[in-house]
Design a protein around this ligand. Structure first.
Ligand code: SF4
Length: 468
């Protein structure tokens, strides 16, 4: 079992950015906790009090923290009971080529390295639609239900042929709209529409096109997010991951991802996805330069969005994995969130988001041991099998890889909860109530056969495809 190696409560210096939003309130910890316990709707000041275990003292107070976790665990039991859900899914990221330069990210590879005339050696990849289709077909044979696909913003990526034409018509497309034609690159990623068609093959549930990718798929045109999501939906998109949210406060985004869309754009895109009839998730990526006021404001914006759309199936707190990211290497941050901060983030998400049913514990970010602990801090979903997970591994996290159904069943039962296979939208569920061996049953070709670890499928231990 992996162990989580986050720092103890040594604290990360987060006061040096001169942010306008600071964790200062007129509320007391006791009042905020009383509201949380009674189920009254919390406000931003309440969330700050709970996240800080009281602004009346520095540092985290252990006894108060336990009270917050307890309230969140009780709320979880009331809302969703004892089930811990997970999904049989595959990560198929199409490309690591990206020029956006987010300082918390080490998934990207400078897009210029992928050009035909580049001599730079790099470990990045781009998959053609045919390659994506083959990977998905293989995964479906093994019982996978959901394909999650989040990619770098490759300059040759366009929504469709019309979009290629529109982008090429600019005088200087590379600098004006971050576009270069596919012929310039070693591998053509195809269009977004072609990739959607390739990956939604044979009844797979396709979970893709974050707000940032949707922006890239409409850049340089006056196409709306709604039209863009409709076109992608026609091509096979089933639901939208609410990643690229990071912290939905622009003064933080200006520091960590100045090349990305702003808070309002992110919210517009998510609302448009919901209007197109696509279920969504929402995330927060915390533990870098932001403070508790930013985290609280983020929760507030997500809750408002959910009041408007009702489309968010789950909220996913993602603890910043700092190793090998520019933020860490350039000395902007000294590390990630502490374990206390992680636990409080999960708990306050559960308490604040009274309109979002499921809170996810990401074992890829937290590791197994701490990931399980989060199930008693307000979380009820434990991610998916993720047959491949490049993003966190490339940022230095050691936890991305693969999780079998039997491992899930064993771990979840060990903490006294009920393991439940789910579909992406949580509509279909199956309790794993016998001794096993277990495999997925909800995928279009799932028959209960256990998923195999890639190394088990190939006696030589070689990956069976580029994505393993
Ligand atoms: S987070 Fe996404 S958009 Fe930002 S640099 Fe990484 S791959 Fe590119």
């Amino acid at each position: 079992m992996d162990t989580f190696e986050a720092p103890a409560d040594t604290g990360v210096p987060r006061g040096r950015f001169g942010f306008e939003h600071r964790p200062v309130t007129d509320q007391s910890f006791e009042n905020a906790l009383a509201k949380a316990r009674s189920g009254e709707r919390l406000d931003v000041d309440d969330a700050i009090e709970l996240l800080t275990t009281g602004t009346d003292a520095d540092g985290i107070d252990d006894a108060r923290k336990e009270l917050v976790l307890e309230a969140a665990d009780r709320r979880r039991a009331e809302v969703v009971g004892e089930a811990v859900t997970f999904v049989a899914n595959l990560n198929n990221n199409v490309t690591t080529a990206c020029n956006t330069g987010c300082l918390f990210c080490n998934f990207k590879d400078t897009a210029a390295n992928f050009e035909r005339d580049s001599e730079v050696e790099h470990a990045g990849f781009t998959k053609t639609p045919a390659e994506s289709r083959a990977i998905v077909r293989d995964a479906l044979d093994r019982g996978i239900y959901e394909v999650t696909s989040v990619s770098g913003l490759h300059p040759a990526f366009a929504l469709d042929e019309d979009h290629h034409e529109a982008l090429a018509s600019y005088d200087d497309p590379a600098s004006e709209v971050n576009y270069k034609p596919p012929e310039r690159y070693e591998t053509d990623p195809g269009t977004y529409v072609e990739q959607m068609r390739a990956m939604s093959v044979d009844g797979a549930h396709l979970h893709s096109m974050t707000p940032e990718e949707a922006y890239h798929a409409k850049r340089g045109t006056d196409r709306s997010y709604r039209e863009t999501y409709r076109r992608l939906q026609e091509a096979g998109l089933d639901s939208v991951p609410g990643t690229a949210a990071e912290i939905l406060v622009d003064e933080v985004r200006d520091v960590i991802c100045p090349g990305k869309i702003g808070t309002d754009d992110w919210l517009d895109a998510m609302e448009a996805a919901a209007e197109a009839g696509l279920p969504t998730t929402a995330t927060i990526m915390y533990g870098h330069v932001e403070n508790e006021a930013h985290r609280a404001l983020h929760l507030d914006r997500v809750r408002d969005l959910q009041d408007r759309t009702g489309a968010i199936t789950e909220f996913v707190p993602l603890s910043f994995v700092h190793e090998t990211t520019p933020l860490y290497e350039r000395g902007v941050v000294d590390g990630g969130a502490t374990v206390h901060e992680d636990e409080l983030m999960i708990a306050v998400s559960r308490l604040y988001l009274d309109n979002v049913e499921h809170i996810q514990s990401s074992w890829v970010k937290y590791g197994d041991e701490q990931g399980l602990k989060m199930l008693s801090c307000g979380a009820d979903d434990f991610m998916g099998t993720i047959l491949s997970e490049e993003i966190t591994k490339r940022a230095g996290g050691g936890h991305g890889e693969f999780r079998s159904f039997d491992e899930y069943a064993r771990m979840i039962r060990a903490v006294g909860r009920v393991p439940v296979e789910r579909s992406t939208d949580y509509e279909q569920r199956r309790v794993l109530d016998d001794e096993g061996p277990h495999g997925p049953e909800l995928g279009p070709r799932a028959d209960g056969t256990p998923l195999l670890h890639p190394a088990e499928r190939d006696p030589a231990g070689e990956p069976a495809s580029a994505d393993d």
